[in-house]
Design a protein around this ligand. Structure first.
Ligand SMILES: C[S@@+](CC[C@H](N)C(=O)[O-])C[C@H]1O[C@@H](n2cnc3c(N)ncnc32)[C@H](O)[C@@H]1O
Length: 286
C-alpha cells in the first residue's frame, strides 16, 4: 500500500460516517484531481508527493459540500463542465433526455435545426447538443446572473476544445416565460430541465445548501415552472416541433396531463432515466 491509498481508506470511513452516498469513489476522485492523476493511477503516486490539502478537501466533502464544487468539474455526456457556487450541478438523469433530443435532431430533415434550452444553468444540455449535432443552432435561456457566469465560461471552454461549437450556442439573459419572441413559431425543438421540486420537500444537504434555490423549487406541486415552459414552448415551436421536459420521479402522470391533447399537444410520451424511474416527457406541437 502507498501512503495515498492508506489516506484514501481513512477518508472513506470519515465520509461514510458523514452520510456521503459514495464515500470511496468521492475520496478517490478528490485524491485523483488533487494529484493530477486518473483513479487508476492513484497507487502510483509516490509517498513523497502526497498533498496534505487532501484532508482539507475531505473535510469539505464531510460537511456535505458537493463533490463537483470541490473538484470544480462536472461530467455530462462528453463534456467536462466548470461548476461551483451559484450554478446547478448537472445530473446524470438529464443525460438521457439530452440524448433523446440529440437523436431527434440528428434524424430531423432540417438543414440547421433551431433549439431552445430553457433554464440552461451550466449549459450542459445546450452545449451537448451543439457538440453532438454540429448543424444545430442552440439558444440557451437563463434568468440567474450568477448561473450565467458559469454558462459563459463553459461556452468559451467548450468552443476552445470543440471549435465547431463556436458561435452555435447563444446565451440569452432573462425569464423563459417571455424568452426569444423573435423565434416564435420557428423553433424545431425545445428542451428544458426546469426547477420541479415541490416546496417543502426534503432534499440532501448537497442540494438544499449548494444548488441555487431558483434551480430547485417549483411551487406547491412542483409544476409551476413546467407549466410556464409548456406555454413558452407552444409559442416558440413550429408545427411538428418537439418538446422535452424533465420532471421528478413521481411527476410523470401530472406532467403528461399538462401536455395533454386538450392543451394543444400530440404524441405525448413518458420516458424513464437509467435507473428506470419516470424522468421526462416528450410531445409534439400539432
Ligand atoms: C434544474 S436547473 C437545470 C440546469 C441545466 N439545464 C441542467 O440540466 O443541468 C434549472 C435552471 O433553470 C433556471 N431557471 C429557473 N427559473 C427560470 C426562469 N423563469 N427563467 C429562466 N431560467 C430559469 C435556474 O436558474 C436553473 O439554472
Amino acid at each position: 500500500m502507498s501512503l495515498l491509498l492508506d489516506e484514501i481508506a481513512l477518508a472513506t470511513v470519515r465520509l461514510a460516517d458523514a452520510g456521503v452516498e459514495s464515500p470511496r469513489t468521492d475520496a478517490e476522485l478528490i485524491a485523483a484531481r488533487l494529484h493530477g492523476v486518473s483513479r487508476a493511477e492513484l497507487h502510483r503516486v509516490p509517498d513523497t508527493s502526497f498533498d496534505p490539502r487532501f484532508w482539507d478537501d475531505i473535510a469539505r466533502r464531510e460537511a456535505r459540500e458537493p463533490l463537483q464544487h470541490i473538484t470544480g468539474a462536472a461530467y455530462f455526456r462528453y463534456l467536462e463542465l466548470a461548476v461551483g457556487p451559484g450554478v446547478f450541478v448537472p445530473r446524470q438523469e438529464t443525460e438521457v433526455m439530452t440524448g433523446w433530443a440529440i437523436d431527434q435532431l440528428a434524424a430531423m430533415d432540417v438543414a440547421e435545426p433551431v433549439v431552445a434550452d430553457l433554464g440552461t444553468g451550466s449549459g450542459a444540455i445546450a452545449l451537448s447538443i451543439a457538440q453532438e449535432v454540429p448543424r444545430a443552432l442552440v439558444h440557451a435561456v437563463e434568468a440567474d446572473p450568477l448561473a450565467r457566469q458559469w454558462t459563459e465560461r463553459n461556452i468559451a471552454s467548450v468552443a476552445a476544445a470543440s471549435p465547431h461549437t463556436a458561435g452555435r450556442v447563444t446565451l440569452h439573459a432573462g425569464d423563459f416565460a417571455a424568452a426569444l419572441p423573435e423565434l416564435d413559431g420557428h423553433v424545431d425543438l425545445v428542451v428544458s430541465n426546469p426547477p420541479y421540486i415541490p416546496v417543502g420537500s426534503w432534499v440532501p444537504p448537497e442540494v438544499g445548501e449548494y444548488d441555487p434555490a431558483t434551480a430547485l423549487w417549483g411551487g406547491e406541486d412542483g409544476l409551476d415552472a413546467v407549466r410556464v415552459v409548456a406555454e413558452t414552448a407552444r409559442r416558440l415551436l413550429r408545427p411538428g416541433g418537439l418538446l422535452a421536459i424533465e420532471h421528478g420521479a413521481q411527476q410523470g402522470a401530472a406532467v403528461y396531463w399538462v401536455l395533454a391533447e386538450e392543451n394543444g399537444w400530440q404524441q405525448t410520451r413518458n420516458h424513464t432515466d437509467l435507473a428506470g424511474r419516470d424522468r421526462f416527457v416528450t410531445t409534439v406541437r400539432p
